[in-house]
Structures are given as structure tokens and as C-alpha cells.
Design a protein around this ligand. Structure first.
Ligand code: HEC
Length: 266
């Protein structure tokens, strides 16, 4: 009689315990698979925010290009602080949000601050280039700035996220900007398609470097100002020493590619 109530393998208690363990395990399995295939609710907003901050800072470099290229001026005053302050102003104007109000302990706050730190790092590291007197073109242009910020960001975001400015393979100038197979595939099958809505980002929950990741590709198009280097005649050297691509205004010129790695399931 007494043995019937004990949690032995045949007792009702044992079966109940086994059933409960089974349910718990099923629950864990379900939540793990959801975690690996569904983007987190905030992923898209974080990716957009990182791309926005990069663009806002890159615009400051672009606005100051003739000053940067001026051989007569030594100190240009284009410090990390100035570029960051103006980039933050642009970000506020374009999003209505002050980055300072985003909780630094949240994933968004942490990654956006890593992006701002990367911008500051690149400006600090290039002061002597920017301030060199007697040199006109210094090859410090928005595209180089964007590549360097992406490299710093990957380091500062230590495995949590990456951002890279890439392009259709036939347009890539710097080997470091080459698209990986995912990026190349999305560019070729989606972003260059005439039916793709202009400017619309592509996003997907997938794997990157063997880890589950949310990946976003934000298309960018050539403006008239880009064509002095990327335009016609195709093959002619531009001021930077690269052959022009023969691109036209509004062609897909590049992609801001953001990878948000999914935290390992607990
Ligand atoms: C002064 C010449 C010049 C202008 C103007 C220019 N680019 Fe570039 N672009 C370059 C150079 C040089 C590189 C390679 C940068 C590097 O070494 O990372 C580059 C790289 C890029 C890349 C990264 C992929 C790659 O080829 O390495 C993209 C995307 C890009 N440019 C788009 C644009 C767009 C869009 C504009 C206009 C808003 C523009 N560029 C204006 C010279 C220019």
C-alpha cells in the first residue's frame, strides 16, 4: 500500500514527475527554436538606428570635404567631438530621438554607443591626415570613413554586432568591402531588381559565421555628386586613383549591411 504512493518508476508520482519534466523540456526546445528563427522585436529598430548614425556622421564628412581637401588650412577643427555633436544633431532631426535618452544598459543603447565611440575613434586616429598642411586630396572621403567606422564598430561591439558598407561585387573598390555570399545573393536577387521598392531594407533571421543572426541590408543609391568618381567615362581614373565604374544617378551604389548576433540561448 505504502509503496504505491512513492515516486518509483511505476508509481503515479513517477509518471507525473516524468510528464512534468517532459513538458518543461518541450517548452525549452520550443523557446530555443523560436529564439533561433524569429527576430527579436527590437532587432529591426536597432539595425535602422545603427545605419542612421553611420549615415549622419558620414554626411558631416561629406559636408566638410572641400575643407578637408584644402592644402592651405592646417588645423581643420574637425575633431571627434565636433563630428559626433553634429552627427547626433542629424540623428535627432531625422528620428526625433535623442541618443542620450536611450538606456545605455539596453542592447540598443549599448550598440548605439559603440557606434558613436567608433565614429570618435576614427576621427581621433585621422587627425594628422586631416590636418596635414600642403596636401590637397588626402583620401579621407565618406566611403573610407564609413569603412573605418565599420571596422572599429565590429571591435567595440565585440561579437554582438557588425556593420559593413558593401556593394554589388562588380562595383567593389576596396577588397575589404566585398560582399559575403549572403550579401551578394541578396543584392543580386532582391536589391537590384527593378521591382524592389527604392530604399527598402531587406532583413532576414539567418546564420552568420555559424551563429544565429538577424541581418539587414539597407540599399544606397548614387547621387549626382557620386558620379565624379563612380560615373563616366567608365575606366577613366578618378581623383582617388580608381577607374570610374560608369554608374548612373539612382543606380544601386552600395549597401549598409548590419548583422545582429543572437545571444546564445540560456
Ligand atoms: C572622391 C571620389 C568619390 C566620390 C565622390 C564617391 N566615392 Fe564612393 N568610393 C570612392 C573610393 C576611393 C572608394 C574606396 C574606399 C575604400 O578604400 O574603402 C569608394 C567606395 C565606395 C563604396 C564601398 C564599396 C567599395 O567600392 O569599396 C560605396 C558603397 C560607395 N563608394 C558609394 C558611393 C556613393 C553612394 C557616393 C555618393 C554619395 C560616393 N561613393 C562618392 C570614391 C568616391
Amino acid at each position: 500500500m505504502a509503496s504505491k504512493g512513492l515516486p518509483g518508476s511505476g508509481g503515479w508520482m513517477g509518471r507525473l514527475v516524468n510528464a512534468l519534466i517532459g513538458l518543461v523540456l518541450m517548452g525549452i526546445a520550443a523557446s530555443v527554436s523560436v529564439a533561433a528563427t524569429e527576430p527579436a522585436a527590437e532587432d529591426a529598430a536597432i539595425a535602422q538606428s545603427l545605419a542612421e548614425m553611420l549615415r549622419d556622421a558620414r554626411a558631416i564628412i561629406s559636408n566638410n570635404q572641400s575643407k578637408i581637401n584644402d592644402p592651405e588650412i592646417g588645423d581643420k577643427g574637425l575633431t571627434a567631438k565636433l563630428v559626433l555633436d553634429q552627427a547626433i544633431d542629424n540623428y535627432k532631426k531625422n528620428t526625433g530621438v535623442d541618443p542620450a535618452t536611450i538606456d545605455p544598459n539596453s542592447r540598443h543603447g549599448r550598440l548605439l554607443r559603440a557606434m558613436m565611440a567608433a565614429i570618435g575613434e576614427v576621427m581621433d586616429a585621422n587627425q594628422s591626415t586631416i590636418n596635414a598642411k600642403g596636401i590637397g586630396f588626402k583620401a579621407f572621403i565618406p566611403a573610407v570613413f564609413g569603412r573605418l567606422v565599420g571596422e572599429s564598430f565590429a571591435r567595440l561591439a565585440s561579437g554582438e554586432a557588425e556593420l559593413k558598407v558593401t556593394a554589388p561585387p562588380e562595383l567593389v573598390r576596396n577588397r575589404k568591402a566585398r560582399p559575403d555570399s549572403f550579401e551578394e545573393n541578396i543584392i543580386k536577387t532582391k536589391l537590384v531588381e527593378p521591382a524592389w521598392p527604392r530604399g527598402q531594407p531587406y532583413s532576414e533571421m539567418t546564420d552568420a559565421k555559424g551563429r544565429p543572426a538577424y541581418r539587414v541590408m539597407v540599399p544606397e543609391y548614387y547621387a549626382a555628386s557620386c558620379l565624379t568618381c563612380h560615373g563616366s567615362p567608365k575606366g577613366e581614373m578618378d581623383i582617388t586613383g580608381y577607374p570610374k565604374e560608369g554608374a548612373k544617378q539612382d543606380d544601386l551604389g552600395g549597401v549598409i549591411s548590419i548583422t545582429l548576433y543572437r545571444a546564445q540561448a540560456q
